[in-house]
Write a protein that binds this ligand. Sequence first.
Ligand SMILES: Cc1cc2nc3c(=O)[nH]c(=O)nc-3n(C[C@H](O)[C@H](O)[C@H](O)COP(=O)(O)OP(=O)(O)OC[C@H]3O[C@@H](n4cnc5c(N)ncnc54)[C@H](O)[C@@H]3O)c2cc1C
Length: 473
Amino acid sequence: MNAPASETLQRLAHILGPHRLLTAANDLQPFLTDHRALYRGHALAVAQPETAAEVAQLLAVCNQARIGVVPQGGNTGYCGGATPDESGAQLVVSLARMKRIRAIDALNYSLVAEAGCVLADVQRAAEDADRYFPLSLGSEGSCQIGGNLSTNAGGVHVLRYGMMRELVLGLEVALPDGRLLSSLTRLRKDNTGYDIKALFLGAEGSLGIITAASLKLFPRIRATATTFAAVRDPRAAIELLARLRAASADRVSSFELIPRLAVELTVRHIQGVRDPLQASHSWYVLCELSSSRAHDALETMLSECLEQALTDGLLADAVLARNERERAALWTLRESIPEAQRRDGASLKHDISVPVAAIAEFIERAGNWVREHVPDGRLVAYGHAGDGNLHFNINQAPDADRSAFLARGDTVKRAIHDLVRDFDGSISAEHGIGRLKVAELERYAPAVELDLMRAVKHAFDPNGIMNPGKVLR
Ligand SMILES: Cc1cc2nc3c(=O)[nH]c(=O)nc-3n(C[C@H](O)[C@H](O)[C@H](O)COP(=O)(O)OP(=O)(O)OC[C@H]3O[C@@H](n4cnc5c(N)ncnc54)[C@H](O)[C@@H]3O)c2cc1C
């Protein structure tokens, strides 16, 4: 290690004390690889601050010494954003020790949580106050609020409550120059100039480190009605969604599209998962209505709508969850699709979105391309169809050669992303850019937008210390 680096480490240790600055190779290991194991980095050290003031001081030191800083939350991100590069010169800042719920204001329907709070703990804290925090993802037992904010996470309730960006009232952020932006407002209305906090949402740690957030709460959910329905095709699914929204006074909180192969993979690879319907069908939806009124007639509403859809030929079959156990089983099927895919072999993944009304046409055109050009792959296009978001994944066929299949990745990505552009869609609907999609962003974002992003980056982080190489080069 060179002299300046060791001097910087001493200054960092002075801020944190020796036990919260990890430098031993063994201690660093858990922080060096991303969730999907796409990247493996090295680090100068891992800092474990406990207060916002400590985070700000760390950044001031790193800024002076021009040390790159990589914020890390639950490390469940899909784009390698929380992993340091291979240089061994970057500091990982783990927010895991900052996990206090600082305040809950039930009357104001808001809560202040530190960045390292695990999402499931925030959901529970809201529930204890008879309120509801709606962000919900498969990784909610380990992802953190800071990571959710920084990736502008989506999940299964976006249709009703919006993405993370829409759930935020205020932020506290440590800036690269060592200042602390303290804007933990609980206001619903505030038109005093630029919305600075908005820039940190989805910035993936490239502008500063979020240390706490003031979040919106909602009335606690007291009734749900959940169905797993076999739809004629994706077009019928979107027609069904439009009908359900109107018939239920917009109480649809989730609407997930699931292809037959995803059901087969979960039944095969995930213990306890069963096919909810007797016969097999090409496409399904998992749909949930929810309400804060315990006696809302959600099931009646849902059944009537499903019956009409059966009569009109949109549906072939459907089951309603009769109790919490059956509901949980349906959600386990949905949430374990990524894991089942992983266990089945290699896959090529695309987190895309198109306008909701265009989903069926996209699946048709992209599906045709895949069938023609990827004979050793099988399409598993599933996801948050109610938001126009598909995880347009292709799994390796059972007898396919893994490396030959993966070697097609760039060609497939180009074709899929070009098609997404033709549909005015997005090449990253909810997982962000991280390191994985930097070149894709450069290719598809409008030049003016990229210019403005670079100008914002320079204004906040002129020395380029914040998460170098992520989002922007
Ligand atoms: C099983 C599974 C299901 C998932 N489902 C969904 C889904 O439905 N929808 C969805 O959107 N995502 C989903 N994800 C992806 C992932 O869980 C989300 O992106 C999540 O928001 C990341 O949170 P994290 O704390 O793990 O962040 P990390 O992975 O640790 O970090 C993500 C990015 O945020 C930055 N960052 C982290 N904390 C801070 C901070 N305090 N300040 C500044 N920057 C910070 C990191 O540097 C990195 O760039 C899923 C992942 C898994 C494994």
